[in-house]
Ligand binder design. Structure first.
Ligand SMILES: *Cc1c(COP(=O)(O)O)cnc(C)c1O
Length: 371
């Protein structure tokens, strides 16, 4: 089977370094918020080119903590995308915010012109959580313009886009805060849950570090009602020693596979993604778009050929039951393009451990398919 992810192959590559890191942490006798987390935070901030990183328990918490550190309070409106992993919006709800949705573009990424229209209509919106979906970066120049024009506090959700760039600007450098995830399937995936937020602002970093640790300002002194959302020493050590050093090569491997898919999948029934000019995606996922009525048949054809596929995502966020029930949900958004993405998207396997024979098999099978 050509799988969507292959963690066993990853372990073969990083297992020795990971075990050495576990040995070191075990022998140190220090397991929560020690030197390992500090050193990983420094390494991640350096990799990203942002001043401060704060390790947290997962990507969803990173978004919530980021919004709270930026001053979001109960009832504050937060502009975001209807096509993403649900935790993007759930983090807004958990922070007390009211999500407001703008529609997406043909790649499924939030449409920044549509955002401008929403922000013009409602000048009470001060917060924005954009997502660089599938690892395809938004146009960061236009994101910066939007931030300046409407004086926005932005948490960029970079859970799928670590290492991506637009016009040589790294994603995560426009928002005051960047949030990312180390969930195992992510491009920098750990052996369990983890996340981080990054910021150039020292005060925000201090507030975030307090929020992740019960809101303590010093031992047993609680100035904020925070979370328990710490990155473990074990995960931090494994991330720094075994995983982060591989990220550049893994990203290049994803890009190599995407180049093959983009140039060699030639089937009029399969629409490929179209990253904007100047974008350097990191291809967390590789979406293709199939007419809604044919999507199941396409997936079945690939499954027959031993190829796993996914759907990211099958339902727009404003129509999720949890959101419709939520006490601070807004009226359902009208997002026809988002509806179309959720009806037509299929994710092809793209991970750094695919062999070239497997990549060729995916391409040949796509080219053989007839609706
Ligand atoms: C995975 C993901 C999250 C949440 O990360 P967790 O670590 O699973 O909490 C948030 N946003 C996006 C876009 C994601 O892909």
């Amino acid at each position: 089977m050509v799988q969507s992810n292959d963690f066993r192959r990853q372990w073969i590559e990083v297992g020795d370094a990971a075990m050495a890191a576990v040995q070191r942490v075990g022998g140190s006798g220090w397991y929560i918020l020690g030197n390992e987390v500090k050193q990983f935070e420094t390494a991640l901030a350096t990799y990203w080119g942002i001043n401060y990183a704060v390790g947290v328990a997962n990507g969803m918490d990173a978004i919530e903590i980021g919004l709270r550190a930026l001053g979001l309070e109960a009832g504050g409106k937060v502009l975001t995308t209807p096509v993403s992993a649900f935790p993007t919006t759930l983090a807004i709800l958990r922070a007390g915010g009211v999500p407001v949705f703008a529609d997406v573009d043909d790649n499924g990424n939030i449409d920044l012109e549509g955002c401008r229209a929403v922000l013009r209509r409602d000048n009470s919106i001060r917060f924005f959580v954009p997502v660089h979906l599938y690892g395809i970066p938004l146009d960061l120049i236009r994101l910066q313009e939007l931030k300046d024009e409407f004086d926005l506090a932005i948490v960029e959700d970079c859970a799928q886009s670590i290492g991506a760039a637009y016009a040589d600007l790294p994603v995560g450098t426009v928002g005051q805060v960047t949030a990312t995830s180390f969930y195992p399937t992510k491009n920098l995936g750990a052996f369990g849950d983890g996340g981080a937020l990054l910021t150039d602002d020292n005060d925000l970093a201090i507030r975030a570090a307090s929020l992740r640790n019960y809101g303590q300002s010093s031992l047993y002194v609680h100035d904020l009602a925070g979370l328990n959302s710490r990155l473990d020493e074990l995960h931090a050590a494994v991330l720094r020693d075994a995983l982060l050093p591989k990220l550049h090569r893994w990203t290049e491997a994803r890009r190599g596979i995407a180049r093959e898919y983009l140039s060699r999948i030639q089937n009029p029934a399969i629409a490929r993604p179209t990253p904007p000019e100047g974008a350097k995606p990191v291809w967390h996922l590789f979406p293709v778009f199939i007419a809604a009525d044919w999507r199941d048949a396409f997936r079945a054809f690939l499954r027959e050929a031993g190829i796993a596929t996914g759907i990211h995502y099958p339902r727009v966020i404003p129509m999720q039951e949890a959101l419709l029930r939520s006490f601070n949900a807004t009226t359902p958004a009208v997002v026809p393009k988002a509806e179309r993405i959720t009806a037509t998207e299929v994710s092809l396997p793209i991970h750094p451990f695919l062999s070239s024979a497997e990549v060729n098999h995916v391409i040949d099978t796509c080219n053989e398919w007839r609706p």
